[in-house]
Every structure is written in C-alpha cells, then in structure tokens.
Design a protein around this ligand. Structure first.
Ligand SMILES: Nc1nc2c(ncn2[C@@H]2O[C@H](COP(=O)(O)OP(=O)(O)OP(=O)(O)O)[C@@H](O)[C@H]2O)c(=O)[nH]1
Length: 219
C-alpha cells in the first residue's frame, strides 16, 4: 500500500511532513476487534480477511471532506501491545477511533480504560469516535446497540456500528466525522483570544489619563 509506514510492534510516528497533515488519527482497541480491517477498508475499499496482528502502521491518506482536500495520517495500532508504547501515539494524535467488536464483551469493557488513559495523557478534551465493529456477526452479538450508544454519549463521542466485511458500510463517514471534529477544535484553539475585561478597563483608564495629562499639560 502506498504512503504506508509499518513496524513490528512499538510506536510508529514518522512525523514526516507533519505540517501538511490536517488530522492525525489513532485507532485503538483490543486485539482482533478489526482495527486493521477497518482502516484497510477505508483506504482501499477492500476486505481481505487476514491482517498481520503484529504490525503497527501509519498511513498517509489524501481525501476530500466537505469539498475540501484533506490529508490524514492514520495510526493503526497493534492491540496485542495493550498498554505498552501507547503514550507516544496518544500524544501524537489529534483524534481517536475507539474500536470494540459487538461479539467481544471484553473489548467493549476495555474502551472505558482506554479512554481514561487518553484523557490522562492528553489532559484536555479529545475528539473521538466509538465504533462497534463486526456488525455483520449479529447472531454472535454480546454488546447491544443501546449500550454502545450510551457509552459514546458518556464519552461525548460519535457512535457507529459497522462492518469492514460489508461494502457500503459507514466507515468513510466515521473517519470524515472525526476529521470534522478535529478541524472544529483546531479552529477554536487558533482563534485569537479576546482580552479580559480587566485588561479592557485598564486600557480605557490609561487612555483617559493620557488625554487629561495632554489637556492640562505637564505641571
Ligand atoms: N466477520 C467479520 N470479521 C472481521 C471484521 N473485521 C475484521 N474481521 C476479522 O477479525 C480478525 C481480526 O481483524 P484485524 O483487523 O486483524 O483486527 P485488529 O484489531 O487489527 O487486530 P490486532 O492487530 O491484533 O490488534 C480477522 O480475522 C478479520 O478477518 C468484520 O467486520 N466482520
């Protein structure tokens, strides 16, 4: 695959061309929930059944969101690493795709601690999307849609239930939605701050004082 940088375990942040990247997205979740399948489906529109579980990859992806050309970097993590080597990736990322599989209860339970880890590391509001993957396996379902929706609401994330194995899934939507959220936050962060009212009062008084001094002249 083009624009791909993979490593066997460990953090992969090539940081190359960082300034030209609009969104840095990290995909997290327990092993085998379908993170790679999700990313590969988004990037190639294909599903290949077998994905290397030991690889951690960063992909650079050009796409169009709301008529705008955007560049995303997507870090697909290796779930086997559990808590190891995550800090660098979490610090690097602007937003997170948190994935559980609807037929793996433990993967759903893990999401809360993953989100907590992100919040503690970033120490700020983070943009995230919660994904219930493998929705085609509804006969094996162990996590209800309502539970997913509730967790997403608690974490202030958007929520998607989807399947990488099915064409026409909402996978592009979820990446685009996360990009929009990241963009919104960046706009807010980059807005020039309004001066505090104390500063404004100080400025008015200084002006008045200066006017008075120039009228009366120096004594
Ligand atoms: N039925 C079904 N199987 C899926 C789906 N997504 C992934 N799988 C299968 O689930 C297994 C694990 O998928 P991966 O994409 O490797 O999972 P991962 O979360 O990246 O796993 P790690 O790399 O170990 O963290 C593979 O056998 C996939 O074929 C899906 O939407 N539906």
């Amino acid at each position: 695959m083009k624009n791909q940088d993979c490593k066997a375990k460990g953090m992969t942040s090539n940081g190359k061309g960082k300034s030209s990247v609009d969104s840095r997205i990290m995909v997290l979740g327990r092993s085998a929930v379908g993170k790679s399948a999700l990313v590969v489906r988004y990037l190639t529109r294909r599903f290949i059944w077998e994905y290397d579980p030991t690889l951690e990859c960063t992909y650079k992806h050009h796409s169009v969101v709301d008529d705008e050309n955007v560049v995303m970097e997507i870090l697909d993590t290796a779930g086997q690493d559990e808590n190891i080597h995550r800090e660098g990736g979490v610090r690097w990322a602007d937003g997170f795709v948190l994935v559980y599989a609807i037929n793996d209860r433990q993967s759903f339970e893990d999401i809360t601690s993953i989100k907590q880890y992100i919040d503690e590391t970033k120490k700020t509001n983070v943009q995230c999307v919660l994904v219930g993957s493998k929705s085609d396996l509804h006969h094996e379902r162990l996590v209800s849609t309502v539970e997913g929706q509730k967790l997403a609401a608690d974490m202030a994330c958007a929520f998607f239930e989807t399947s990488a194995s099915e064409a026409g899934s909402e996978i592009p939507e979820l990446f685009q939605e996360l990009h929009r959220e990241i963009k919104r936050r960046k706009l807010v962060e980059n807005k020039p701050r309004r001066r505090s009212s104390a500063q404004q009062v100080k400025q008015v008084l200084t002006k008045m004082f200066n006017k008075q001094t120039s009228k009366t002249g120096p004594s």
